[in-house]
Structure formats: structure tokens, C-alpha cells
Design a protein around this ligand. Structure first.
Ligand code: ATP
Ligand code: MG
Length: 324
């Protein structure tokens, strides 16, 4: 069985509120899977369940096709960074890693090795964790996750607190880990961050998976709609240029060409267009923006009647008596 993470129909409720509703996805070996969602979406909850720190109300999670509690020596299979803040402040980084090494049955020589891998200096490793910066804590957390030389890495917001060179370092480390056949699941609430690292994406909002798949496919999800005087020729020209072309229910053609590409093709083939627009489905970026906005709206005005999504209407007359 290949190293991988499987989440099957997981539901988790806290005090009557669903943190996760019927969540299913996988993370595959050799790939970095980005787990993306706004604050409160359920990312940490899902990761805690995968790592066996919380129990799902329904559904199950598997590691290499097996429930975690039947996996032999789980520390050598799964390395996790779930909360970089939750490390014992009074110990030095080196002491903390040494204790982990003992608990995992890993040779102590591995500690110095891993401190080097994560780019902590020996001076930093001998300092109390309480005096660590957030970025240093993240590096220590990664060291802890890598200590048992696992095949699977589960990292909850590992990039938080890292400076640009730290982010690049993390990206290279995780890419290298995946290139060597490892499985990486990492969460973030920032699309750009995930976009730079991940091969596959799982997008979660309000406890539900709203999109998942290869990053390229998801990011190019937008489509263009066009209406021309000669629809048959327009369709033929698009297909001939290697683009998709499907009739829509309202008599237009939907294509994966951009509006510019369609316009240029129409011009060179002397086709008269009567309509040309980018579809309302603007791909992952729009989807994520909508999710993030919806969350922000719910949190900031819980009882207000819902405005139409994506309708700021800057020129509309103010209809609610001067209230913003
Ligand atoms: N132990 C808990 N007790 C009660 N509610 C919880 C608990 N853990 C999570 N929740 C709730 O579950 C929902 C999902 O939280 P979770 O921490 O998984 O989100 P997240 O996607 O990790 O968010 P963030 O980006 O802020 O880290 C939230 O509404 C949260 O309040
Ligand atoms: Mg979280």
C-alpha cells in the first residue's frame, strides 16, 4: 500500500455546530497537498482527527489504507506539526528534540542532524524555547515532525511567522520531501502561499470541501462565453485552435480560451461577435474570495439581512438610512 492520507466522510460536531460535514479527500505520495480554507473552516480539526488527537462523530481517516491506531510505530510513519506555539517554554530546543527522540526510539545523533536540516544554529538550539521567535518555533516544530524520518508530513499553517527566506526554505524542504516520494498535507488560509507550494488542493469552507483536485486544473477553472452571428464557425475556429467549445443552455459557446484569445480568433477569421464575457465562474481565486468574504460577513454582521454576493454596488443610492 502506498503512503497516503485518506479522509472518508468525516463529520465532527462541537456543541451542536458542525466543524466538519461529510469531509472526504486524499493526499497522495510524491505530492504536496494544500489544505486551504478561511479561518474557522475546519482545517485544524481535520488534521487533529487524521493524527488521532480527536475522534470523528462519523466517517474515518486512514494512513496507508489503515486506521492510525493499527499502524506500526506511527511516529516513523507520520510527522506532524499541529501547533507550533504548544512547545515547552522552559526547555531548550535541543532538549525538546532529544526528549522526542527518546520517546520515538530514534537515535540521539539524529537530533543534531535535524537541527542542521531546519537551519537552527547550535546557539539557537541551546536557547530556551520561551525566547524563540515565531519563525524559530516553526523550524523547531518542523524538526520535531521530521525527527522520526516519516513518510507522511502533516503541517498546520507551517508558514505562519516565517520571513520570505524562511518561506522559500519551507517550500524547498517540502518539495524535496515530496520529490523523494513523501506525502505532504499542509494547511493555510492564504491562497498565494498554498499556490506556491502545492501540487494538489483541497479547499474547505464552513466545514465542507468545496473544491479539490490538481492545482492547475482548479486555478484555470474560469471560462469564457461568446455569442457570434455565425455560431458554427465560431465553434469550429475555437476547436481548430485547440480550445474547448461547448454550447450553453442559453445558446452561447463556453470555452477555455480567454476573452482576448476569442476576440483575436474572431478578428483573424472575420467572425462578428455579439457577446463576449468571462464567466461568473472565475476559478479558484474567485471561489476562495467568495468563501473568505462569506465568512467575514457572517462573523461581522450575524443578524443583518444578507447582501447579494459580490455586489458592492458603489453607485447605488444608500437605502438603509446612512448606516454602513
Ligand atoms: N475543541 C473545540 N471545541 C469547540 N469548538 C471547536 C473546537 N475545535 C474547533 N472548534 C470549532 O470548529 C470550527 C473549525 O475550527 P478549526 O480550528 O478547525 O478551523 P481552522 O480552519 O483551523 O481555522 P484557522 O484558520 O483559524 O486555524 C470553528 O468554528 C471552531 O470554533
Ligand atoms: Mg487552524
Amino acid at each position: 500500500m502506498e503512503d497516503m492520507i485518506t479522509v472518508e466522510h468525516v463529520t465532527k460536531t462541537y456543541g451542536g455546530t458542525a466543524a466538519l460535514s461529510d469531509v472526504s479527500f486524499t493526499a497522495k505520495p510524491g505530492r504536496v497537498t494544500g489544505f486551504l480554507g478561511p479561518n474557522g473552516a475546519g482545517k485544524s480539526t481535520a488534521m487533529r482527527i487524521i493524527c488521532g488527537l480527536a475522534k470523528p462523530d462519523a466517517g474515518r481517516t486512514l494512513i496507508n489504507g489503515q486506521p492510525l491506531n493499527t499502524v506500526n510505530n506511527p511516529a516513523a510513519v507520520v510527522g506532524a506539526l499541529l501547533d507550533a506555539g504548544a512547545q515547552h517554554d522552559g526547555r531548550t530546543g535541543k532538549e525538546a528534540l532529544t526528549l522526542s527522540a527518546i520517546a520515538m526510539g530514534v537515535p540521539r545523533s539524529r537530533v543534531a542532524e535535524i537541527i542542521d536540516v531546519v537551519g537552527l544554529s547550535s546557539k539557537e538550539a541551546s536557547r530556551r524555547i520561551g525566547a524563540y521567535s515565531l519563525g524559530m518555533r516553526q523550524r523547531l516544530g518542523i524538526a520535531n515532525a521530521l525527527l522520526g524520518d516519516p513518510q507522511i508530513l502533516i503541517l498546520d499553517e507551517p508558514v505562519n511567522g516565517l520571513d520570505p527566506s524562511g518561506i522559500r526554505w519551507m517550500r524547498d524542504l517540502l518539495r524535496g520531501f515530496a520529490q523523494n516520494g513523501g506525502t505532504v498535507l499542509l494547511s493555510s488560509h492564504l491562497l498565494l502561499e498554498i499556490e506556491a507550494i502545492a501540487d494538489d488542493l483541497v479547499v474547505i469552507g464552513g466545514g465542507r470541501v468545496v473544491a479539490r483536485g490538481a492545482k492547475e486544473t482548479l486555478l484555470s477553472g474560469g471560462e469564457t462565453q461568446v455569442r457570434a452571428v455565425d455560431m458554427n464557425r465560431m465553434g469550429g475556429v475555437l476547436a481548430g485552435a485547440g480550445y474547448t467549445a461547448h454550447p450553453t443552455s442559453d445558446g452561447k459557446i463556453a470555452t477555455n480560451a480567454t476573452t482576448l484569445q476569442v476576440g483575436e480568433l474572431a478578428l483573424t477569421n472575420s467572425i462578428v461577435l455579439t457577446e463576449l464575457s468571462a464567466s461568473a465562474n472565475g476559478g479558484l481565486e474567485d471561489l476562495f474570495f467568495t468563501l473568505t468574504n462569506a465568512t467575514a460577513r457572517e462573523q461581522s454582521q450575524p443578524s443583518a439581512s444578507k447582501p447579494a454576493p459580490n455586489a458592492p454596488a458603489p453607485f447605488a443610492p444608500n437605502q438603509n438610512g446612512g448606516q454602513r
